[in-house]
Design a protein around this ligand. Sequence first.
Ligand SMILES: Cc1cn([C@H]2C[C@H](O)[C@@H](COP(=O)(O)OP(=O)(O)O[C@H]3O[C@H](C)C(=O)[C@H](O)[C@H]3O)O2)c(=O)[nH]c1=O
Length: 180
Amino acid sequence: MDHRLFHIEGLIEFQPRIFRDDRGYFMETFSMKWFEPLGLRPDFVQDNQSVSKKGVLRGLHFQKPPHAQAKLVRVTTGKALDIAVDLRKESPTYGQHVACVLDAERQNVFYVPEGFAHGFVALEDDTTFLYKCTDFYAPDTEGGILWNDPSLGIDWGIAEPLVSPKDEVLPTLEGFSSPF
Ligand SMILES: Cc1cn([C@H]2C[C@H](O)[C@@H](COP(=O)(O)OP(=O)(O)O[C@H]3O[C@H](C)C(=O)[C@H](O)[C@H]3O)O2)c(=O)[nH]c1=O
């Protein structure tokens, strides 16, 4: 299992091995063996799936403690630009982000620990986004950051994404008090 770390501590991109043959392909899409050598053992309790048209942007979301979620995200059809923003108050990279392109060709997988706002924009139609979460859905604890907050400096690669009304009114980082 190849993996890549980033300048923001805790974020990991995994590249599972894809066994292709004349039938198609086989791959392991998650294994705790990816995490144990890194000293991690995330307790995933819920799987989610969404399908998005090209240009749909979902995020930047998080759940507040005690229902904060670490996520393991991947794309099984289409392509997405995935974004994780560090909201850990004590982190030297607070407010910084990592962008990771997820696509059905590479079948790469991105791990986002607790303490991050997470979102993605679909770069192709019918982008199927799957993710494992380490806590259950807790709508009363949902929070978020505005996707185009200038202070984040995120290049989403799409000028006018399709954003839900709920996401369009999320707060900017300025004046935001992180719960992490
Ligand atoms: C997240 C979630 C939602 N729902 C229901 C609530 C709504 O009636 C409906 C759509 O929810 P929402 O518009 O919040 O879906 P997204 O905008 O894709 O939200 C996700 O967007 C970004 C990418 C994330 O990382 C989060 O996991 C998640 O917030 O599904 C559930 O029943 N369970 C859930 O875990």
